[in-house]
Design a protein around this ligand. Sequence first.
Ligand code: PRT
Ligand code: MG
Length: 208
Amino acid sequence: MLTIAVSKGRIYEDALPLLAEAGIVPTDDPKTCRKLILATTRPDVQLVIIRATDVPTFVEYGAADLGIAGKDVLIEHGAESLYEPLDLNIACCRLMTAAHKDAPKLSGRIRVATKYVKIAQSYFASQGIQAEIIKLYGSMELAPLVGLADCIVDLVDTGNTLRANDLEPRELIMNISSRLVVNKAAMKMKHEAISALLTQFEKTLANR
Ligand code: PRT
Ligand code: MG
């Protein structure tokens, strides 16, 4: 049995066509079904539906053989213990700094609200900017509006969320896409099944 960890939401939606090309179609829809383990049309493959930030943990411990996770989550988690053989080029976005549209260019010692503490720390260090990082778990956009922080570090896709809150994107930190990750032991023990799947994904991606 191969177990693939996927998060509900945009990654799941973008991963479905890719999985389908490999003959993997879940027999339930996680939007309407509360099951956390989904069987698929392939009797040797099941999906586990978990929070995006938990995907590296499940794969690292071998609770899932494979996983699909955003590069943002992988970097923040520290994914040295995982193989990352494929950029799936799905759920693409940009990790950026953002500030109030009327705020001047940031300088001096600044306060930054983000859920990406590690990435933010190393980014501002690399820029020679003294930053105090404030960890938040969501609604980062609120922080500059209520004086909690001078800027935020968050994912931007259309920019609508920033605009709706009078913020604007400032510096690009990195481009983000979702990656396939593989447990190292599973890569050895289930080599045949996993490499067949990798080959199939590569073929689909090459045709896009
Ligand atoms: O939602 P939940 O708290 O369960 O977890 P999550 O937010 O980590 O999961 P989810 O499904 O929202 O995101 C999973 C992954 O999708 C992320 O780790 C990214 O790799 C990828 N991704 C791609 C995004 C976006 N695009 C994105 N736009 N994740 C989040 N956003 C959010 C962003 O944080 C901001 O709030 O969407 C908003 C900005 O979008 P625009 O279009 O308004 O710019
Ligand atoms: Mg979300």
